[in-house]
Design a protein around this ligand. Structure first.
Ligand SMILES: O=C[C@H](O)COP(=O)(O)O
Length: 246
């Protein structure tokens, strides 16, 4: 039995004031739901978020980490630092990092290793662009992303994979439940072929998830929750998505 998981990726949004408001609402409104819940603010808001979520069921994660060890690496944040401030999760390989920072599957594999060594649970993001889907290459792209990141380390503790079709992120376009289910089933098969404990690995869907479409996505047998962007910045909307998963 895979416990549902809902993760809010706040991307590059937030101020001390908005973080306090949003988390106070979420912590107050949380009803001890049977889904696991996490929020991933920017690095600069992690410690504040950990403090606000203390003694609540909401965990905190980062949106990235360095593959490098602590040291003279200006601008980097090492995985053990993220664990040290009280984070449980880290998102890796998000398409925005692949696109804007040129992150390769090799770099993402190294970040997965660093995260695991620091005791963080990684959320590995994969997904195809619109052009790749239209060229009927979606499965090939996702298979390469999975094998590039995991073939040398199939036994990462707490691994979660998020399928996020790039064409559905922040666009209001959502993969249909059937499209999402088909890709999730494919991902589960690919994970098994790589030697990952696929049956027990949670697979999240991401891409314009909202309160209004969450339930039909979560009804699919291989969709175990969501990685939520824009809707995670509105407490009532995010809580409704959590409620849809429970
Ligand atoms: O990490 C979250 C995804 O990029 C989805 O973002 P979105 O819900 O704003 O489409």
């Amino acid at each position: 039995m895979r416990q549902p998981l809902i993760v809010g990726n706040w991307k590059m949004h937030g101020s001390r004031e908005s973080v306090a408001e949003l988390l106070t609402s979420l912590v107050t409104g949380s009803t001890g739901e049977s889904a696991d819940v996490a929020v991933c603010p920017t690095y600069v808001h992690l410690a504040q978020a950990v403090s606000l979520c203390a003694n609540s069921p909401i965990a905190v994660g980062a949106q990235d980490c360095s593959h490098l060890a602590t040291g003279a690496r200006t601008g980097e944040v090492a995985a053990p630092m993220i664990a040290d401030v009280g984070c449980e999760w880290v998102i890796l390989g998000h398409s925005e990092r692949r696109a804007y920072h040129g992150e390769s599957d090799e770099a993402i594999a190294a970040k997965l290793t660093a995260a695991a060594e620091a005791g963080l649970k990684p959320i590995l993001c994969v997904g195809e662009t619109r052009e790749e889907r239209e060229a009927d290459k979606a499965e090939d792209v996702v298979a390469l992303q999975l094998s590039g990141a995991l073939r040398s380390q199939p036994d990462l503790k707490g691994l979660v994979v998020a399928y996020e079709p790039v064409w559905a992120i922040g666009t209001g376009l959502t993969a249909s439940p059937e499209q999402a289910q088909a890709m999730h089933a494919f991902i589960r098969d690919e994970l098994a072929a790589l030697g990952v404990d696929a049956v027990n690995t949670r697979l999240l869907y991401g891409g314009s998830v909202k309160a209004g479409n969450a339930a039909e996505l979560f009804a699919q047998p291989d969709i175990d929750g969501a990685l939520v962007g824009g809707a995670a910045l509105v407490a009532a909307e995010f809580q409704a998505i959590v409620d849809a998963a429970t």
